[in-house]
Design a protein. Sequence first.
Length: 114
Amino acid sequence: MRADTYADRLGPDSEFVDVAVEVFRLLADATRIRIVLALRDGERAVNDLAALVDRSPAAVSQHLAKLRWGKIVRIRKDANRVLYRLSDEHAIRLVVEAIKQAEHTVEETPGHHV
């Protein structure tokens, strides 16, 4: 019997492939990408996020609920306010890499290569 290694988790037969697909589905929305980017510098309230991503607080709340369900964001209650933050650094890394990949489709020499 061989020991489980991290490399085993990254193979094509990984048990996490289907869950990774769900993570990409959660992030496959411009508003959610903008929310993740807005949260990269720390926690924010719904109204702050709504202003930053130019959406209504109700719409942002719905997106945050999905991101929370997917464990991409977490909450902290502060008296009457609910503050949202990224659960860990992985979501922002995914979004940053996706934006860098997008730069490759638009620019001959992407800004991150300069």
